[in-house]
Design a protein around this ligand. Structure first.
Ligand SMILES: *Cc1c(COP(=O)(O)O)cnc(C)c1O
Length: 447
């Protein structure tokens, strides 16, 4: 077997371009995709992958690309990480499915025990497992509604919570997530987010503004939960001003409103701690997780106060595949990788390196209006120099240049003017530097 077909960390950790991007073999497959796959399923960087590991993706033409996206913060432990692969192989050969609601197995309970230990707070916690982030968010809302006997859900500007009907209602951005897909679920209310680059407010001021909207437009006594991403993902890597999250949690506690942290993108070492809530000592009532939890296999969870979790009647939570044994084995392997390689510490190193390099790039290119993020979750927001007017055209051009040069970058933001960096925590420093060299070149080339 050719070496480029062997995935995992044994792959040569190098950027290697042997064709244009996409190359002829990928172009052929794109024709097949066009023929068989619904057009609604888009593609950011149209190369077909055959292997991935560490900080690279290898395509069907033999190109080796630097991965600064981790499949949207999923393969934080690296693609095909050794502890994930070995545990999955063992599990998949033993049994693939029973449905936990019919006949249980250890892996599910082990993941729930690990979640109780790793999520913020040392109170009694329980979990339920699902397949996708959106499903976890939906179930967190279900639990909050049963526990409080109230209907309303408060979410924020720029929020992203998924693509199912309830989570589309909770997601802020219309195109492409919501356009034409309504009517949406009711009783979802939107409050202003703390967005320091755009509002200049302190965390306390921004929280007071959000709470005022919630109190006046919804009423605390009607509110089941407040759902917030501690650092927003798709909405633009918006880091709320310090103090915003603690003030919100305090208000929720005072008003018996369930505070739900959506840590689906920020969780599992990504921001330099196990969860982003940890950075401000915030202890959510419920936490939703997915993405980085299982090294690439589909798994999601709701974890939180045992009394809230247990407010739901027996049979009220579940799903055919939720907490699939192979996905649970992958999660246990991923968590082991995070512990044994101190990936939270590694995320802080990666963050420091990226911050230094991006600060230098921003110094040369006034189109970069803001640099923000935490740990290995960092972004730059592109605006017309000296203003907050979004520049999505330049953002797309910079990203396209990176793709042509073999570096996987992603964009995000309500205005599509944010370049976000989510490298695998298994990436090497030289490879990360090379990826950022290409990003610097991209700014120069598109000036
Ligand atoms: C990705 C994401 C979701 C949705 O997760 P899926 O697995 O795609 O359903 C929800 N919330 C946040 C913060 C996310 O980043």
């Amino acid at each position: 077997m050719a070496s480029h077909l062997t995935g995992g960390p044994s792959l040569p950790q190098e950027r290697r371009l042997v064709t244009q991007i996409p190359g002829p073999a990928s172009l052929e497959r794109l024709d097949r995709k066009k023929q068989h796959v619904a057009d609604g399923v888009g593609t950011t960087l149209p190369v077909f992958v055959t292997a991935a590991g560490g900080g690279v993706l290898v395509d069907v033409d033999g190109n080796s690309l630097i991965d600064l996206g981790s499949g949207i913060a999923v393969t934080s432990v690296g693609n095909a990480a050794p502890d994930v692969v070995s545990r999955v192989q063992e599990q998949v050969a033993a049994f693939t499915h029973t449905c936990f609601m019919i006949t249980p197995y250890d892996g599910y309970v082990d993941v729930c025990a690990a979640l109780a230990e790793l999520t913020p707070g040392d109170h009694a916690k329980k979990s339920a497992l699902f397949n996708s982030g959106a499903e976890a968010v939906e179930n967190a809302v279900k639990i909050a509604r049963v526990a409080t006997g109230r209907d309303a859900v408060a979410v924020f500007d720029h929020a992203y919570h998924g693509r199912t009907n309830l989570t589309m209602a909770m997601t802020a951005k219309n195109m492409p997530y919501k356009q034409g897909f309504g009517p949406f679920a009711g009783e979802v209310y939107r409050a202003p987010m703390s967005y320091p680059f755009r509002d200049g407010l302190s965390g306390e001021e921004a929280a007071a503004r959000a709470i005022d909207v919630i109190e006046k437009q919804v009423g605390a006594s009607n509110l089941a939960c407040v759902v917030v991403e501690p650092i927003q993902g798709e909405g633009g890597f918006v880091v709320p001003a310090r103090g915003f999250l603690p003030a919100l949690t305090e208000w929720c506690t005072r008003n018996d409103v369930v505070f739900i942290a959506d840590e689906i993108q920020t969780g599992f070492c990504r921001t330099g701690d196990w969860f982003a809530s940890h950075h401000e000592g915030v202890v959510p009532d419920l936490v939703t997780t997915a993405k980085g939890i299982a090294g690439g296999l589909p798994l999601a969870a709701v974890t939180g106060r045992a009394d809230l979790m247990d407010s739901v009647h027996v049979g009220g939570l579940g799903g055919t595949y939720g907490g699939n044994p192979v996905a649970c084995a992958a999660a246990l392997g991923a968590i082991e990788e995070m512990h044994s390689h101190d990936l939270a510490g590694r995320a802080r190193q990666i963050g420091a390196l990226m911050h230094e390099r991006l600060t230098a790039i921003a110094g040369d290119h006034p189109v970069i209006g803001d640099l923000r993020g935490r740990g290995a979750m960092m972004a730059i927001e592109l605006c017309e120099p000296g203003t907050t007017l979004p520049d999505p055209v330049r953002t797309a051009a910079v990203s396209a240049y990176c793709h042509q040069q073999g570096v996987v970058t992603l964009t995000c933001g309500t205005w599509g003017n944010v370049l976000r960096l989510l490298p695998p925590l298994a990436i090497s420093n030289p490879l990360l530097h090379e990826g950022l060299d290409v990003l610097a070149e991209a700014f120069a080339a598109t000036a």
